[in-house]
Design a protein around this ligand. Structure first.
Ligand SMILES: NC(=O)c1ccc[n+]([C@@H]2O[C@H](COP(=O)([O-])OP(=O)(O)OC[C@H]3O[C@@H](n4cnc5c(N)ncnc54)[C@H](O)[C@@H]3O)[C@@H](O)[C@H]2O)c1
Length: 271
């Protein structure tokens, strides 16, 4: 699925629960090399260094660079320093959970809205702009999104950001076809991570998924692995004629109307 020994940049590592971590490990399983980016050295100290799920050896083996995604100079420097790459994963999002998510949709926290839009949607364009000269022909860019065609409770402005992110994917696919870049998104069902845990009502959303996903959904480790498989497919040469698309890895929840009736539920959830 990947070109062996090619280097891929995986942006958005926080700890070993991050979707970025699962994707990075899957890239390595397919013979690729991984450079992870973490937002800042401070974030690494708070989350990754304190994480008990990885041994010191596993942590030391991670190739990590720092990159604040809204700071153009940091993105530019990152790609100019790392040499040729096969592609980039953008696994980054943020919206202030106190003002942009929750029970009430309306807000006057316009600065928070702008920051969330910049981090979660605009930043994909920044990444592609500075990565493109360093991506080998036929390279892939993959962003992570979530069911933006539906309005979910609590998710509010992050849903708006995800719709924008998907539009950015299509615009970039159009702009960079001539550069031989294919640019897509994976729309993932809910999995437990730090970002997800910060969404008010996330556990309710997660519970809902077991009632609307025809395929079993809810084992985060297994679900993340399948999200990672799809992301790696879109990153590598097997998908080089696919661009501007959103590939759903959500157990099929996006295609059904209403909840599954009891007889349709995965066997383990029926009783
Ligand atoms: N967890 C889910 O249920 C789920 C479902 C669908 C899509 N996603 C998407 O997957 C992606 C990864 O999220 P995750 O769930 O792995 O959570 P996570 O918290 O592990 O990752 C989010 C990352 O975004 C980074 N980030 C935020 N602001 C940044 C900034 N200014 N500069 C650089 N990095 C910044 C964080 O540091 C973190 O590494 C996000 O785009 C998220 O919306 C998650």
């Amino acid at each position: 699925m990947l070109t062996k020994d090619t280097t891929y940049v995986v942006m958005g590592l926080l700890d070993s629960d991050s979707i970025a971590y699962s994707i990075g490990k899957t890239i390595e399983q397919w013979g690729g090399k991984v450079i992870f980016t973490v937002q800042s050295e401070r974030m690494k100290r708070i989350f990754l260094d304190r994480s008990k799920k990885l041994s010191d050896e596993e942590k030391a083996a991670l190739n990590i660079k720092y990159c604040g995604i809204t700071i153009d100079e940091e993105v530019k420097t990152l790609f100019s320093e790392i040499g040729p790459i096969g592609g980039v994963i953008h696994s980054i999002a943020f919206a202030n959970p106190k003002t942009c998510m929750g029970e009430e949709f309306h807000t006057d926290a316009y600065e928070d809205l702008k920051a969330g839009f910049h981090i979660s949607a605009v930043s994909l364009a920044t990444v592609v702009r500075y990565a493109q000269p360093h991506v080998e022909k036929g390279g892939g860019i993959v962003a992570l999104t979530f069911a933006s065609e539906l309005a979910f409770p609590y998710y509010n402005w992050m849903g708006v950001n995800k719709a924008a992110l998907e539009a950015v994917v299509r615009a970039l696919a159009r702009r960079h076809g001539k550069d031989n870049l294919h640019i897509n998104a994976v729309s993932a069902g809910p999995v437990a991570t730090k970002a997800a845990g910060a969404i008010p009502g996330f556990s309710a959303l997660s519970d809902t998924w077991s009632r609307i996903s025809p395929l079993p959904w809810g084992d985060s480790a297994e679900d993340k692995q399948e999200i990672a498989h799809a992301a790696v497919f879109l990153l590598g040469p097997c998908s080089k004629k696919i661009t501007g698309q959103v590939l759903y890895v959500d157990g099929g929840a996006s295609v059904i109307g209403g909840e599954l009736v009891p007889s349709e539920r995965p066997r383990a959830l029926r009783d």
